[in-house]
Design a protein around this ligand. Structure first.
Ligand code: ADP
Ligand code: MG
Ligand code: ZN
Length: 630
């Protein structure tokens, strides 16, 4: 991304240089004054001298530029000269008349000349400012994409500060037309927002009784769970204008703009009250202010302005400020004080029924074949956000079109689930037969350890088709029902399942491959959480050893213990993962024949369903080893 922008910027500068060169060339050729050759440059006094000596035969004056071209002599001897008119020389006409020369002024072509003149003289200016403006815009765009951490101080060159931003960019209130019915599965959040809707609809009712309605509410949750959507829905339900701005927009390139924008936003909102002001990604501007060296004055100014505005408005008129963030713990405490964002509305990842509802809602936008089992899809997608699910439906519709169908089928959706979870199928990766065999054993290893240990999250699919995400295969487990508590045993089982891939490779081939890297990372993360956060280790018991960071962004925890303890934590984590690894090895050893059979079947078919898998696993073979080689 960055590379790309740099290139674009470079080519932009190149264009500017070429354009400037072209302008200079144009000037040179169009204006005879600088042209050498037949036309000779003279001074005005010489010209007057020649006029007085009656040498001058013909004079042409360009009134717009003051260029004088004149000829002396006649026939072969005639010579052409150029000079420039002395300003306001009233005596010239008389002198010319006395000399008997013919003289004329170029008035007819004046307008055209003027235009050309203007164009040629303004073009470089236009280009420089245009270029600067474009550059400015590009930089800003790049800044938006690369996150708000970049901050160009006020000193960025080209003098483009005032351009493209005459005052704060005006924010318009929009009628969103989105209602709560467009948001599925966030019933608690909707309930908390109902009150705000009712306040916006009848602010006078609240004023009459003397109730103080919340000025601000903070929507908190992981990305893609529908926070923006909910904010819009509040405005839509109450039929009030929606003023929205994103925190990353506040972190402006030019100092002082952020605060100005906040002022502008509230000013306009006050005129349109009742209304909603929505500040997306408020963490980018509302981060904790620290006394450290790297304080960002611009951000602080913006935040202070925001706080001042929130205290300042008269909320009997019906202005509610909603904000969204996925890193609530990084917010400045001043923002969360009473009278500001004192309501916190969690917008969590959807549960099983929520996922089904979201899928159905978005499926309403596309043509679906009857009888699609959304509940099954919901079961396969624990951890998916509303945005992921909406994306799945869209991917399914795209797939249906690719397949030349007019309706979306269950297969389309199942394929798109894989795509969204694991990435597109990758055709360019061609595994050798041996690699395929290794991957098949690896995935079967996961599946068998999962299936043998417990039936609560049965295997629903195993595939060894490489994905663009880099995965060479995956085993999908579908949860039967949503669970909110996880026992220590279950965590240990999860670690064992994650170790199952590597264990199968070791058991069958006696060597290790790089294919288990992701599994190892996940297993270690679970083990670390068990020790430091969940109080599930014998050694430390119920002692918090770390603080979780960015819960909604999947961030891990930060150790808060002494160095010596940290070393012990590592030991404990190692023990837990090793335990999982030996459980996996033991399970696979006991089911060695099934491992062979299923892995070979998988290698041949590339994708098998949970049902096929369970059929083979549960079939009673009477302990007879079976190798269905072909
Ligand atoms: P956030 O602001 O929490 O990151 P968005 O509100 O921008 O998430 O959601 C992105 C998109 O995902 C929405 O436009 C919508 O299509 C879909 N989506 C997310 N959550 C839901 C939901 N609960 N119900 C319906 N659609 C949702
Ligand atoms: Mg959003
Ligand atoms: Zn694996």
């Amino acid at each position: 991304m960055e590379m790309d922008n740099k290139k674009k910027r470079q080519s932009m500068i190149l264009y500017l240089i070429i354009a400037a060169a072209a302008v200079i060339a144009l000037r040179t050729f169009l204006f005879p004054s600088i042209m050498n050759g037949q036309i000779q440059e003279t001074s005005y006094s010489e010209f007057l001298g020649m006029v007085d000596k009656k040498e001058v035969k013909q004079v042409k004056l360009d009134t717009s530029t003051g260029d004088i071209t004149f000829t002396t002599g006649s026939g072969m001897d005639s010579k052409e000269f150029h000079t420039t008119l002395w300003p306001n020389d009233d005596s010239l006409v008389k002198r010319l008349q006395d000399s008997g020369a013919t003289f004329s002024a170029q008035i007819p072509s004046q307008s055209a000349n003027m235009l050309l003149y203007l164009l040629i003289n303004l073009l470089p200016l236009i280009m420089i400012f245009g270029g600067a403006w474009l550059l400015n815009r590009r930089l800003k765009k790049a800044m938006g994409e690369d996150g708000p951490s970049m901050n160009f101080g006020g000193g960025f060159g080209l003098g483009a500060g005032g351009l493209g931003r005459s005052g704060a960019k005006e924010v318009k209130g929009e009628e969103t037309g989105i209602t709560f019915s467009d948001v599925a599965g966030q019933d608690e959040a909707k309930e908390s927002l109902e009150e705000i809707v009712s306040f916006l609809e009848h602010p006078e009712k609240y004023a009459a009784i003397g109730a103080r309605c919340p000025r601000g509410a903070l929507l908190v949750g992981p990305p893609g769970t529908g926070k923006t959507l909910l904010a819009k829905a509040v405005a839509g339900e109450a039929k009030v204008p929606f003023f929205s701005i994103s925190g990353s927009e506040f972190v402006e390139m030019f100092v002082g703009r952020g605060a100005a924008k906040v002022r502008d936003l509230f000013k306009q909102a006050k005129e349109k009250a009742p209304c909603i002001i929505f500040i997306d990604e408020i963490d980018t501007v509302g981060k904790k202010r620290d006394a450290g060296l790297n304080t960002n004055d611009e951000r602080e100014q913006t935040l202070n302005q925001l706080l001042a505005e929130m205290d300042g408005f008269d909320n009997h008129k019906g202005i509610v400020v909603l904000a969204a963030t996925n890193r609530p713990d990084s917010l400045d405490a001043a923002l969360l004080r009473p009278g500001r964002f004192d309501r916190r509305i969690p917008v969590e990842l959807p549960d099983l029924t929520g996922r089904e509802a979201i899928l159905k809602l978005h499926a309403g936008d596309v043509k679906m074949e009857g009888g699609v089992d959304f509940a099954a899809v919901a079961r396969q997608t624990p951890g998916a956000s509303g945005a992921d699910l909406a994306n799945m439906i869209n991917e399914a519709a795209l797939r249906a079109v690719r397949m030349g169908r007019t309706r979306v089928t269950q297969t389309d959706i199942e394929e798109s689930v894989d795509t969204v979870i694991a990435g597109e199928k990758k055709k360019s990766t061609v595994l050798s037969e041996h690699e395929k065999e290794v991957v098949a054993y690896h995935e079967t290893g996961h599946a068998i350890v999962a299936a043998v240990q417990d039936g609560k999250a049965p295997v629903s699919k195993i595939t060894i088709v490489p994905r663009t995400s880099g995965a060479l295969g995956f085993t999908m487990q579908a949860e039967e029902d949503e669970r909110y508590l996880t026992t220590r045993e279950e965590y240990k089982q999860r670690i064992a399942v994650l170790c199952g891939g590597r264990a199968a490779e070791e058991l069958i081939f006696g060597h290790m491959t790089s294919g288990a890297a992701n599994d190892i990372e996940k297993a270690t993360k679970i083990a670390r959480a068990m020790v430091t956060q969940l109080g599930m280790s014998e050694r430390f018991g119920m002692m918090a050893l770390g603080e979780s960071r960015n819960r909604y962004l999947g961030g891990g925890s930060e150790l808060t213990c002494s160095e010596g303890t940290a070393r012990d934590v590592d030991e404990e984590v190692k023990t837990l993962v090793e335990e999982g690894h030996s459980t996996a090895l033991k399970t696979l050893r006991e089911n060695r024949f099934k491992l062979h059979e299923i892995a070979h079947y998988l290698q041949k078919k590339e994708t098998i369903t949970g049902e096929e898998f369970m059929n083979i696993l549960n079939r009673d073979d009477g302990f007879a080893p079976r190798y269905p080689q072909e």
